[in-house]
Design a binder for this molecule. Structure first.
Ligand code: UD1
Length: 419
């Protein structure tokens, strides 16, 4: 077990380069099953969630090895092994792999991914979407058994623009005869990236980034080399940290339009942002201003994956902020840890009222989910005194060496082993 120890109160300064996006790399790795030829994913981040997905791929008979930052995947032979709960339990988004296995093998067996710290995370949209492509699906003692023998392309209407369900359907349609149309598709940049990857393999996906995606099936896909997009949530985490601590930081390797939902809200805190090409510079002085109302929603609105980090920053704001969480029903768990650091936060259902305090103080706190863990790091960097953050395994699911990035910006943060 490890912990992060942070001596807070130091402004952040310098520059940081953003890793490639976990949420783009995960479905791209799953989509490697669509071809029997080798794939190279460049600059793939080294993360616990990526490892968990690679273990599923190996379990299915694919080879997957890192050479430096390049991930080499080859799914020449795919075995229809049941993906057991010990594998799906490590990665809630393991269900994203159903579409590509079905596309390639016409059958798939996967244990139910179960609940999650931030909400129930049902999979009904994935199931009904695949049923719309004539896949027969039964739940046998917790194992989702899919028979795609009669699979055919169709128009599938999603009741909600789910990111994972959209990605599953894109992969499911990639090798089918005819055109699969996804109506009310999610519009996140990671969806556009998956379309880019399928097309780089010789697929025909159009409309990604809009609400209607068309996937024209092809007979065969081929190998390719692909670099996923930069991680907009990591970029947002660095920006929120600087708004919390003060200082001036250039965040490099970004796509500015992917960040608008975040940068527009950051400007409301009084931070100054300067966008230039593939980087953004943020300068902040003193306590941030409160944000009257901050509401999460699907892209291009403010992302739910940035809600905890903003809450940590607003804990020290001048004034009160109201945060409304519209996507996940249980995403304020981390606030009890912020309260231990002196924050004044009241949560009722999906709404948090954050009454800014002049100072947070150090405490021993525990991360219980990925972005909640990032929020604790931000709070610790802006607090007075020493904070110990346990539960680092959650943070490592989505941030490559978070302590190294913040230490390079002048943050006083180290990782140590604990008994
Ligand atoms: C993806 C992201 C996650 C992000 C989320 C929302 C990955 C690996 N993960 O997760 O970081 O927080 O998008 O931007 O890309 N829902 C249903 N039924 C379903 C599927 C989803 O009710 O079958 C609900 C969920 O419970 C949630 C909402 O829809 O309330 C959004 O979920 P979804 O867009 O599917 O998120 P994920 O793809 O799981």
């Amino acid at each position: 077990m490890q912990k992060l120890t942070v001596q807070g109160g130091v402004p952040l300064n310098g520059e940081v380069t953003v890793q490639t996006a976990k949420n783009a790399a995960l479905p791209i790795i799953a989509a490697c099953i669509l071809t029997d030829e080798p794939i190279i994913i460049k600059k793939c981040p080294h993360l616990k969630d990526i490892d968990a997905m690679l273990n599923i791929m190996r379990h299915l008979g694919c080879s997957a090895e890192f050479e430096g930052d390049n991930l080499h995947v080859c799914c020449h032979d795919v075995s229809l092994n049941v993906i057991n709960a010990d594998l799906t339990g490590k990665l809630r988004s393991s269900i994203f792999i159903l579409g590509s296995i079905l596309s390639r093998c016409r059958r798939a067996y996967i244990s139910h991914p179960g609940g999650c710290e931030i909400g129930l995370r049902p999979i009904d949209l994935h199931i009904s979407g695949l049923k719309g492509l004539s896949v027969k699906i039964e739940d046998e003692s917790g194992v989702i058994c899919c028979d795609g023998t009669d699979m055919k392309s169709a128009v599938v209407n999603l009741d909600f623009a789910s990111v994972g369900a959209t990605e599953n359907l894109m992969m499911a349609g990639a090798l089918l005869d005819g055109e699969t149309v996804i109506v009310n598709a999610a519009r996140e940049p990671e969806i556009v990236d998956l379309a880019g990857f399928i097309n780089a393999m010789g697929g025909k996906v159009s409309g990604a980034g809009g609400s209607i995606i068309r996937v024209t099936g092809v007979k065969k896909l081929h190998g390719c080399t692909y670099t996923p997009i930069p991680d907009r949530i990591c970029a947002g985490t660095y920006l929120a940290a600087v708004a919390a601590t003060g200082g001036c930081v250039s965040v490099k390797n970004i796509v500015p339009e992917h960040l608008f939902g975040i940068t527009e809200r950051l400007k409301k805190t009084g931070a100054k942002l300067y966008l230039k090409g593939g980087s953004v510079r943020i300068c902040a002085v003193g306590r941030p201003k409160a944000i009257h109302k901050l509401e999460t929603n699907v892209y291009p609105a403010f992302p739910t994956d940035m809600q905890p980090q903003f809450c940590a920053m607003l804990a020290r704001a001048n004034g009160s902020s109201v945060i409304v969480e519209n996507l996940f029903e249980n995403r304020f768990g981390y606030t009890t840890e912020l309260v231990k650091m002196g924050a004044n936060i009241t949560v009722k259902d999906r709404i948090a009222v954050v009454a800014g305090v002049p100072k947070l103080h150090g405490a021993a706190v525990k991360a219980c989910d990925l972005r909640g863990g990032a929020a604790l790091v931000i709070a610790a960097l802006s607090a007075e005194g020493k904070t110990e953050i346990y539960g680092t395994e959650h943070i490592d699911r989505g941030y490559e060496n978070i302590e190294r990035s913040f230490a390079a910006l002048g943050g006083n943060i180290i990782r140590t082993e604990v008994e």
